[in-house]
Design a protein around this ligand. Sequence first.
Ligand code: ADP
Length: 249
Amino acid sequence: MLDINTEIIGRKVIYLQEVESTNELAKKIAPQEEEGTIIVADIQRRGRGRKLRKWISPKGGLWMSVILKPNVHLVHITKLVFVSALAVVETLAEFGIEGKIKWPNDVLVNRKKICGILSEGKYSTDSVEYVVLGIGLNVNNEIPVDLLDVAISMKDVLGFRVPLVEVFRNLLEKLDKWYLRYLDGQYALILEEWKAYSAVIGKEVRIVGDNEEIIGTAVDVSDDGSLIIALKDGTLKKIYYGDVSLRFS
Ligand code: ADP
């Protein structure tokens, strides 16, 4: 039907017209599902970002989650967000859009968020039960007025609507390609490509956490997915994916 040309991603696709949150449902069914299963919905009533922040998900956007069960060490888990971001950027390129990756979990066009990625899962130090990767991509959906300064859709960039199903098919194929490389341990390639599309490497950034704010230049990402910042005095500091927000100074 959809004619998806993939090995793992999208072996099973669960399509819903409406759902509370694709990630919540994916986490619920993950223990029983095989890896590669996708949940995709036209509308999320309670789409989420990190820390229960709202992700606006009206009709016209691509709101999906994928269930993964990689047999890897915990240190490699955060790189799955990089895998997703690369797949999103390559998908945008197929439609003539140049996306940039903002550490840790966003894809930007013209400095506005076109896609958010939310990684959640169940794992211990020595085994991964499942990882759920939520990808919210603004395709043809309207951006609410109060988010117009920070958010953008593919339709707004191009000036015309794009076939949602084509975006979906493309994204699954790119995700499959990058996930197979990930399973093959091609971490160096993933980090290199990620850096090539990064909106932050080489830039002055401000990292805003609950209790502190760090200003410096983003110089690199590490194998564990953390961002390396050079502070004014030259010392290097690792910033971990968690509840920190990155702003451009
Ligand atoms: P942060 O960018 O602070 O890490 P999250 O990744 O948790 O935030 O995403 C939630 C934020 O994204 C919201 O607070 C809102 O500003 C923004 N947002 C919500 N819906 C959308 C959307 N459809 N497109 C782009 N940005 C959105």
